[in-house]
Design a protein around this ligand. Sequence first.
Ligand code: GDG
Length: 457
Amino acid sequence: MGLIVVSNREPYAPHAGDGGHVTWVPSIGGLTAALDPALQHAGGTWIAWGEQQPEIERVDLPAEEPRYRLERVRLSDAEVRDFYHGFSNRALWPMSHYFIERTKYRADWWRAYETVNRRFADAAVRSYREGDTIWVHDYQLALVPRMIREALPDARIGFFWHIPWPSSEVFRTLPWDRELVDGILGADVVGMHTEEYTRHFLSACRRVLGAVTNGEAVTWRDHVSRVVARPIGIEVDAYEELSTSPEVEETAARVRQSVQTRILLGVDRLDYTKGIPERLEAFDAFLDRHPEARRQVTFVQIAVPSRERVESYRQLRAQVEGLVGRINGKHTRDGWSPIQYIYRGVPREELVAHYRAADVMLVTPLRDGLNLVAKEFAASSRDGVLVLSRFAGAADELPEALQVNPYNPEGLASALLQALNMPLDEKQARLLRLRERLRASDLRSWADGFVREVEGA
Ligand code: GDG
């Protein structure tokens, strides 16, 4: 009895080197970072879009010490355009994050979404052996649970939606609202990050489908699904260990040495939901209001390139780069510049070294399903302060962070001041409490717990 994970993104991408030798490099992103250790632990099959060339159909991973099998689904260029960049990232993503003005609903994208979901469902059905548990992930694959259920009526199927589930007022703008909810209800257990999202989902089941709900149970088509809030955790021990390793300590010291001032840090995929321009504006306002802070602080922003084939992401990049230039132009003095902007993903060790080096971590999304960066920082830092948006799903679980409204630049600037002036013992006490809570619900218990709930369904 194994586990079958189905997700859009593949956990490792192949890179062809000289002489045709292929190395498998871990993908950057919340979902794969969380599930790779879970499947390594459980063993089984991972079905995902084989995004990167070369065309390899299946491989055992991780290459050095294989723990599970990756089955790579092939998509044509047109499918990638319409299913992924189109319906997933220009309809479902902005709609779910309340960016209605950025959504575009197109029937041809929807048809591609159905076709590709069918492809993933077929792959899962092919891999399935009696007794297996199937775990489907995220907004790109919402129709897959129903499609699998039709082929395998008795299979145990779980589904996890990693992004916010919006209020029905917003969700019902989707022309295929019924189909989407019906697709998800093919699962026995539906997981989301917060109670608020599950409440919104249950209300969509009632209002959109007319399904009957009773507490967390939804009855639809003679089948009962449970809808539960299960926020994803991180590998706390791994972050603690890595953050205190000599290599990371050394890199952290090098970062501090090169920056020379106190460090404010931002780490995000370059996405309009993450509130990067708003954060930069707030920092600008802070420097205006506190000229004495010049030469005392530097804002380091790591922005990981993302979805560059979508026009609004290219616009966002230009907007962020324009702001960095304008703010640096305005405040730079005597060899000190207020913002260091890193436009690329960095290796995990370097990321954690930045968490260690930071005095203040700014996690200020306008809307975020959960946000793993906030948790990773809390597990890695020894003397830093976490400033966290109240619109990140993780806010419920992290009350010791300084919580802010990212739409309010004055509020953000005051939180920054409070963080920079916080006494060391208070910082350490807050981090300690944060870490205790992270430890109580870490990644392993999240993944094992969810799989057990599906098995018990
Ligand atoms: C989605 C939801 C939800 C980032 N930069 C680098 C790097 N990262 C890693 C972080 C973290 C992950 O990427 C980002 O995860 P987030 O949760 O912050 O954000 P999304 O990618 O939007 O994830 C989100 C998540 O799914 C899980 O359900 O929390 O709300 O939007 O793990 O460490 N990793 C490396 N270099 C980087 O430069 N190596």
